[in-house]
Design a protein around this ligand. Structure first.
Ligand code: ADP
Length: 321
């Protein structure tokens, strides 16, 4: 089946606390990354999805590739860079129950996407073959300035040919020199986005306001046709723009309560997958937001970004088109 959506970003090794043995901490190895998480859930939901990234030629890169294929992702746009290893992060549980993250991702080959003509040409060619491209604030944040400009230019050309761009703001301050740096890049991405899947917390930290009216104003100035505002357990806002007008169609979609929230990692990523899968199946923005919340509701009841396939499919499978 031809690919519907190409997600561009970075997948990393994840080491999470897994108890102790003989006075040593045990860590459980997993693989995660915001755009990768969304790609995996999209594939599970039956959407033909490809992932665009760069990995090394070490055993862990090979394992990620193998996992991606098992999840049904198209990996033909993943470049393997000899002698390199992927990024890594460790999760630490704080005494107060919060989790903190430490990253080793400076050397990650994904950070050099679009730094060379060859890497740029790979995306340019791939974009000729697919209707939707997906990226996030993390995709933007890991790139060098020139590479980011080059990515946004390719996406603008892609749109000029009728392609659609989906953008999730996912603002991670540590990836940026300062807030101004992030603001200008995020505004550039919004300007090429057809669908913006935004979290109010990230908007608030980035722009100083996560108020719905301010978010919609920014999206309107950027010309975004379809906006979704995720607000944790509070209702999701969906708004669509009529030709050259404001967001005349704006609705709130209740989020089903979840009693046992275990770990909210990838809540937004899995929401996005559910939302997009439903939209691709022809459902309304309201129905799509409800399905996004259903997917996120399953993911936050389990540890880690990627919930076991059978658990996820049992919980949402009946709804897959
Ligand atoms: P992010 O993970 O990007 O920070 P949010 O926290 O807004 O995004 O969560 C994304 C979606 O996950 C929400 O729109 C909602 O559907 C679901 N969700 C998040 N937190 C909860 C919660 N405590 N209870 C139920 N659903 C939640």
């Amino acid at each position: 089946m031809s690919v519907q959506i190409l997600a561009v970003g970075e997948v990393m090794l994840e080491l999470a606390p897994a108890g102790e043995s003989n006075g040593k901490k045990l860590l459980a190895l997993g693989y995660a990354g915001d755009t990768y998480n969304t790609a995996v859930y999209l594939a599970r939901l039956g959407v033909p999805t490809a992932y665009f990234s760069r990995l090394g030629d070490d055993p862990y890169s090979a394992e990620v590739l193998d996992l991606m294929r098992k999840e049904g992702l198209d990996t033909s746009s993943i470049e393997t860079v000899p002698g390199r290893t992927p990024g890594l992060y460790l999760i630490a549980n704080q005494p107060n129950g919060e989790r903190s993250f430490s990253f080793w991702r400076g050397q990650s080959p994904a950070r050099e996407m679009f730094a060379t003509q060859a890497s740029t040409a790979l995306l340019e060619e791939r974009l000729l073959q697919i209707p939707y491209a997906y990226l996030s604030g993390v995709t933007l944040g890991i790139l060098a300035d020139e590479a980011r400009v080059s990515l946004l230019r390719m996406l603008a050309n892609f749109r000029a040919r009728g392609g659609k761009v989906v953008f999730d703001n996912n603002y991670r301050p540590q990836l940026w020199r300062d807030r101004e740096h992030a603001r200008s890049a995020m505004a550039g991405a919004l300007a090429v986005a057809d669908v913006a899947l935004l979290t109010d917390d990230d908007e608030s930290r980035l722009w100083g306001s996560g108020e719905e009216a301010d978010i919609l104003d920014r999206c309107l100035s950027a010309g975004v046709a379809e906006v979704v505002i995720k607000r944790g357990p509070a209702p999701v806002v969906v708004a669509t723009k009529a030709e050259d007008k404001g967001y005349s169609d704006r609705q709130e979609v209740a989020v089903p309560p979840v009693d046992q929230v275990v770990d909210t990692t990838a809540a937004g990523d899995s929401f996005n997958a559910g939302y997009l899968a439903a939209r691709f199946a022809g459902e309304s923005t309201v129905a799509a937001a409800a399905f996004g919340s259903l997917c996120a509701g399953v993911v936050i009841q389990h540890r880690g970004a990627i919930v076991a396939r059978d658990v996820f499919m049992t919980a949402v499978g009946g709804r897959v088109k």
